[in-house]
Design a protein around this ligand. Structure first.
Ligand SMILES: [Zn+2]
Length: 470
């Protein structure tokens, strides 16, 4: 009995990298390797490899290897094609259509990609390919899978990716440790682990004229981001994960690096930072429609309050005001108001609230406890799990106390500050946002924000009409 055995498919592998900016064709060997594995799985025989080092299939420039591949197909040298992805074969609908015609003519059913088989002789296969083509056409070169793949490959090899400024602590080659800066990194890490605030470390660095790698003063946020980088532990990070040991030497230990990340990414710190951003929430109204303004950054990220129209919002959508100068202005107005005789008279006879003092003391105490705990963790006196366990009840106490405090008479927020605005002004920046908000809200009922003047780009205080509470 004769068993019909289909002759092995004689396949060509086609590979292309379209954006070869770094001057190496790292992606091509990887594409070919993936296709070879696929061929092995399918039992195909690879008879030829075609590699176009193409800058862009968009330009319509001739791709010699693609041409050769088509010729070999037409000549019957090949009867199958392997590609990493179909968009490597064609990136223009015109090319795809020509290829579909060729497949039909040759009855070429064995076209496959790492992503899946494509039979361009059937209507479904053609439909599929056209959809893929349309998607690929929308994808910009930079965002394409090839480039992502290339970055991934570098990451998993522990190599650095190009671009970006010189990392602090390393020379321009990003590989050699710059000892004069490495000592600063080590110093900052041990200070953070000992519980010192980033702000205070920055102040000290800037006082000593220790600058960033671009010669600028340190800011708490950028210092925090810097210290959290796995790079300093000689680790290569990719998309937020440590994926390999890096090709450059470490400056600090992996354990210290992980501890700094645990400390600085404490969700509570993050929440505070986000909350801190909008002081006047619930205190602003639209002068056009009377709705409350919503905190919402403008395009480009500048903080703003806006009257928002659309699902879930009932505003007119016609008004927006920059947050920074508005907040400064309102705070100044509130501080000024605190020193006026009217306010003192309005509050006279209010005995204040002893409970408020008690709850505030509870909050301050719990904050201190939490900081001590972080410092203990930093000094390795307790483990990470002990730290988490001990923190939970403290945080519950803080939440509870904040809730109680919120229930109390608003004017208690002003205790001690009336007639004493100078002192409050000097303290202001150090107060938590909730406290600042409570003080502002105790004096101010709301501010009506009028429409901006056309063509007037600076802050315009004549738009603001405050309605004082006391
Ligand atoms: Zn409005």
């Amino acid at each position: 009995m004769v068993v019909a055995v289909r002759a092995a498919v004689r396949a060509g592998v086609y590979a292309r990298i379209s954006s070869d900016r770094d001057g190496d064709a790292l992606g091509v060997p990887r594409q070919i390797a993936d296709c070879e594995r696929l061929a092995e799985r399918k039992g195909w025989q690879i008879v030829e490899r075609y590699v176009d080092d193409d800058v862009s299939a968009w330009s319509g420039r001739v791709r010699p290897e693609y041409r050769r591949c088509l010729d070999d197909l037409a000549a019957g040298r090949l009867n199958g094609v392997l590609v990493y992805d179909l968009d490597r074969l064609h990136r223009q609908p015109r090319e795809l259509e020509a290829f579909i015609d060729l497949c039909r003519r040759l009855e070429l059913t064995d076209v496959t990609s790492v992503a899946g088989d494509i039979d361009l002789t059937t209507p479904e296969g053609q439909f599929h390919a056209r959809i893929l083509g349309a998607v690929a056409a929308k994808e910009s070169d930079d965002k394409s899978r090839r480039i992502r793949r290339k970055h991934e490959e570098l990451a998993y090899d522990g190599k650095m990716s190009g671009g970006g400024s010189r990392p602090y602590g390393y020379d321009d080659d990003k590989l050699t440790v710059r000892e004069s800066e490495a000592v600063v990194i080590r110093e900052c890490v041990s200070r953070v682990l000992a519980g010192e605030a980033l702000r205070s470390i920055c102040t000290d660095l800037n006082r000593r004229a220790v600058c960033t790698s671009t010669g600028k003063p340190w800011q708490p946020q950028s210092l925090g981001r810097t210290l959290q980088r796995p790079r300093y532990a000689g680790q290569r990070e990719h998309k937020g994960e440590i994926v390999a040991t890096a090709e450059w030497p470490a400056i600090i230990s992996a354990t210290d690096s992980a501890r700094v990340r645990a400390l600085l990414s404490d969700p509570d710190r993050r929440t505070n930072k986000v909350a801190r951003r909008y002081l006047l929430v619930r205190l602003l109204r639209c002068g056009q429609c009377g709705e409350a303004l919503v905190s919402r950054p403008r395009q480009g990220g500048a903080r703003a309050y806006q009257c928002v129209k659309g699902p879930g919002f009932s505003g007119c959508g016609r008004l927006s005001v920059m947050a920074e100068p508005l907040e400064q202005f309102v705070v100044e107005a509130v501080l000024y108001r605190l020193d006026t005789p009217e306010l003192a008279a309005a509050l006279a006879g209010d005995p204040g609230d002893p409970d408020a003092e008690r709850w505030q003391a509870e909050i301050d105490h719990s904050h201190a406890e939490r900081e001590d705990l972080a410092a203990m963790y930093g000094r390795r006196e307790i483990s990470l799990s002990e730290w988490h366990a001990a923190r939970t009840p403290i945080e519950q106490r803080i939440t509870e106390a904040k809730k109680e405090l919120g229930r109390l008479n608003r004017t208690s927020a002003l205790a001690g500050h009336v007639g004493n605005a100078g002192q409050l002004r000097s303290l202001w920046e150090t107060l938590p946002l909730t406290r600042q908000h409570a003080i502002v809200a105790a004096v101010l009922d709301h501010v009506v924000v009028g429409p901006g003047r056309r063509g007037y780009n600076r802050f315009d205080e004549s738009r603001l009409a405050p309605v004082w509470r006391v």
